[in-house]
Design a protein around this ligand. Structure first.
Ligand code: FAD
Length: 285
């Protein structure tokens, strides 16, 4: 690897972009152009989410294979809730056969009404299973929650569970999104003090639509700070004003994260390139 220590932190930052599997032909084409627009930032990899319950599972595989076919590294997300060891083993074998070497390993959200959670209860069990079956073939990324997982018994329990998940064999972590950089720095300090050494990449959510962001945040336990919520609300239906303000806020967040030592950024693109590309350009990535 070239010595990049003389460069600004931004220039060395690891970048990755997350997509969801498109459900329509139009969505497939949109994702292609989004990917082409984001390729200029030379991401480490693109990742594709995986729906619990089967609806988008084939879509994940198809999207990942297409990205790899175009010459980029791609990581399928893999959630284990409601699944069996046999089904996960088959999927891992298929990914390996296709030369895939990265997995984002998750528990997944328990769909309402699900009674049988399957053979894996938590992501640490999936990580251990992947390692047991495939040794070091896959690079494994896991999820981290700087503002804590919404179902965690306590902050302390969530930290302990995260450390156990990393120790089960994760190579890196990607965080849930957040708007308060101190939540990230504090989380990193907490887990470093507990012996975690793997890189922890902040997950970055662009601000596009206030009501959608509020809904997401409610579900996943990400806090929209009062100053941001009130400011976004004050723009009412003015979508352009929300986007412009959102770009400023998210660019500054990324800038602070990188300046404070974050090893890179993982962007939740929602399959659109506009806001994310603007942030990357402004950061000089
Ligand atoms: P875990 O690490 O298993 O944690 C879940 C909860 O259980 C936490 O409260 C934790 O404290 C607790 N816990 C963990 N281990 C134990 C244990 N051994 N004993 C007791 N309690 C424990 N979801 C999808 O369905 N598809 C995706 O593609 C997807 N991609 C994501 C990508 C990222 C970067 C992130 C941050 C999230 C993603 N999610 C995805 C959402 C994720 O599946 C949910 O947040 C889910 O509720 C938790 O998954 P996890 O892997 O973090 O679970």
């Amino acid at each position: 690897t070239p010595d990049t220590s003389h460069l600004a932190p931004q220039a060395r930052a690891h970048i990755s972009f997350e997509f969801f599997p498109p459900k329509t032909q139009e969505g497939v084409e949109k994702l292609r152009s989004t990917r082409q627009a984001l390729a200029q930032f030379k991401p480490e990899f693109f990742s594709v989410t995986f729906g619990a319950g089967g609806t988008t599972q084939e879509g994940t595989r198809t999207a990942v294979l297409e990205i790899r076919h175009d010459g980029f590294d791609a990581a399928p997300h893999l959630s284990c809730i409601g699944s069996t060891r046999e089904a996960i083993a088959a999927l891992l074998a298929d990914y390996r056969e296709h030369g895939i070497r990265r997995i984002v390993a998750l528990r997944g959200d328990i769909p309402s009404g699900m009674v049988d959670v399957g053979e894996f209860r938590y992501a640490n069990e999936l990580v251990a299973f992947i390692r047991q079956q495939h040794g070091d073939w896959f690079r494994i990324e896991v999820a981290a929650y700087p503002e804590y997982h919404p179902q965690a018994a306590s902050a302390e329990a969530d930290l302990r569970n995260f450390v156990a998940k990393v120790n089960a064999g994760a190579d890196a972590a990607i965080t849930q999104y957040f708007f308060n950089p101190d939540a990230y720095f504090r989380f990193v300090d907490e887990v470093r003090a507990r012996g975690v050494t793997v890189p922890i990449y902040p997950g970055i959510m662009p601000i596009q639509n206030f009501s959608q962001l509020s809904r997401f945040s409610e579900m996943c336990g990400a806090e929209i700070p009062r100053w941001l919520r009130l400011r976004l609300a004050s723009f009412g239906d003015d979508a352009a004003a929300i986007r412009a303000y959102g770009l400023d806020v998210v660019t500054e967040l990324c800038d602070r994260l990188l300046a404070g030592g974050a090893p890179g950024l993982h962007f939740y693109t929602l399959n659109a390139s506009g806001a994310v590309a603007t942030v990357c350009r402004r950061l000089g990535l």
